[in-house]
Design a protein around this ligand. Sequence first.
Ligand code: 5GP
Length: 191
Amino acid sequence: MSERLIVLTGPSGVGKGTLLTCLRRRHKDLYVSVSSTTRTPRAGEVEGRDYYFVSPEEFERLIEAGALLEWAQYVGQYYGTPRAPVEARLAEGKPVVLEIEVQGAYQIKNNFPAAMLVFIAPPSFEVLAQRLRDRSTDDSAAIERRLTRAREELESAREFDYRVVNEDLETAVQQIEQIIFREEPLDSTDR
Ligand code: 5GP
């Protein structure tokens, strides 16, 4: 059986977090990885639940120690997936979901060819821009940097295994469920 490693990727503001919250509610056995980051916590974010908030020095130490499964710099901050908890769940045969940006998704694909990569796309760039501005969790300079990065990320959508447009939340969740939970294809020896 292929490893059940599922990667949700796509630009900031596309709704990856909301989709994950819905998936989690419906599938209690899904393990969603908690990333480490050097960015400062937003109001309401909780250490160990939303992220592990670390200093740049600590993050670089994690890189050096090989403690991250993947990592990337995103608009001036580090983000990475702690290796040990993910490997432990996969070893138990449990499904693991990573919610990460595009560079990290490529690293996972290189290291885990059996991983399922799902690119979440907005209905249009304008909708994405509006969502990011409405979210008002970042200042306007940070929003513009995220939008610049989003344009680049949208260019790479076609390189991913699956693409889901997050226009209607329920439809998008169902599409992701179909991707994640569809029957394993028979391998050639079973035919
Ligand atoms: P935010 O600052 O909005 O929480 O996250 C910014 C971007 O970093 C989002 O696209 C999010 O998916 C991504 N991200 C979060 N955790 C990780 C991680 O561990 N690795 C990578 N490569 N990206 C991450």
